[in-house]
Design a protein around this ligand. Structure first.
Ligand SMILES: [Zn+2]
Length: 334
């Protein structure tokens, strides 16, 4: 082997590793906890580099005064200890977004309807009512899942901000509606221990706290309604009245419609944040990867049963790998 070739080989082998270390990490989340000088955002521990830029709004005057619950954007690099050293941090109060109110009101009405009828349901494309099962508001399952959920809520929110229900259905399923109501199926509660329930619930709670439905709302609405032939007009032609009406249609179509549009980015984010919720609450998050394997074994390739929690998530192996990586970065390996 001549020298130039050997050099070339060394460069070629070294390049991917170097590129990986220099890879910029971007976070777009909320200030969730403070941890020995670090700010936890998207479940990640963030420190501002000595020469890092800080841009703040509201009460966020500098990195150390960012109030919990603020929207925080971070650009930086992963450090050896798994934390993120930021070269740029931007923090501002979490304001109310366009259509957030309409969406919440529509789902509040739907939640009242579930409670009035004592069951959770959706309508199919022909308008036929399909029941998910009885809606439970008391009993051992409800007490257990509400006790776990109350522990998972991040410190900038109150447990009372969320309403958790149990649905009598043997599938392993859970879903968060855009109005902070969360529904957990009895099948999941029967078969999972508290740590596993906490990991699933943490994930659903993160969809709610990160307002994934609202963020994916427009796109999701247009895709869903377009697919059903219910909306034949361009996005620009829809006024606030139109969005309100569309939000109502989405509630009636049920969980398969409102949870279908999260997309992989939101699912992965919900995994990272949900794991942090469970960890801070004292649950054993090392069960995450094997829990995902259990879902894959039950609902994996070839199984036609629809599962809202499972479907549209990262592929099982990738997700299991991501969770292992997350444990290594933030929770002392596994
Ligand atoms: Zn999800």
């Amino acid at each position: 082997m001549n020298l130039p070739f050997a050099l070339l080989l060394v460069v070629a082998l070294a390049a991917p590793a170097a590129a990986q270390e220099a890879k910029e990490i971007k976070l777009d989340g909320y200030a969730e906890w403070r941890d020995r000088g670090a700010l936890v955002v998207e479940g990640q521990r963030v420190r501002l580099a000595p020469a890092g830029k800080f841009k703040g709004g509201g009460e966020a005057r500098d990195f150390s005064s960012v109030p919990l619950g603020y929207e925080v954007k971070v650009k930086g690099a992963r450090q050896r200890d798994g934390s993120i050293l930021a070269r740029e941090v931007e923090a501002r109060p979490n304001g109310n977004a366009l259509f957030e109110g309409d969406l919440q009101r529509a789902f509040d009405e739907q939640e009242s309807e579930y409670r009035r009828r004592g069951r959770m349901f959706e309508q199919d494309q022909e308008g036929r009512m399909e029941s998910y099962g009885r809606l439970l508001e008391r009993g051992r399952h409800v007490e257990r899942v509400r006790r776990i959920a109350a522990r998972l809520v991040p410190p900038y929110m109150e447990p009372e901000d969320f309403r958790v229900y149990v649905v009598e259905n043997e599938e392993w399923n859970a879903m968060a509606a855009p109005n902070r109501s969360i529904y957990v199926f009895t099948g999941l509660l029967e078969d999972m221990d508290d740590d596993e329930v906490a990991i699933v619930l943490g994930h659903e709670l993160a969809h709610a706290t990160y307002e994934h439905s609202r963020k994916g709302f427009k796109k999701q609405m247009l895709i869903q309604l377009g697919a059903l032939g219910l909306l034949g007009i361009a996005e620009g032609a829809i006024d606030s009245e139109g969005w309100r009406a569309a939000a109502q249609v989405l509630t009636v179509l049920g969980a398969s419609a409102w949870s279908a549009g999260y997309g992989r980015g939101h699912e992965d984010q919900a995994d990272r944040v949900g794991l942090r919720y469970a960890w801070e609450a004292g649950y054993d998050v090392t069960k995450g990867p094997q829990l995902w394997q259990r879902f894959a074994d039950k609902y994996g390739e070839g199984n036609k049963v629809v599962n809202f929690f499972f479907s549209d998530h990262s592929q099982s192996l990738v997700r299991s790998k991501n969770l292992r990586q997350e444990l290594a970065y933030n929770y002392g390996g596994q």
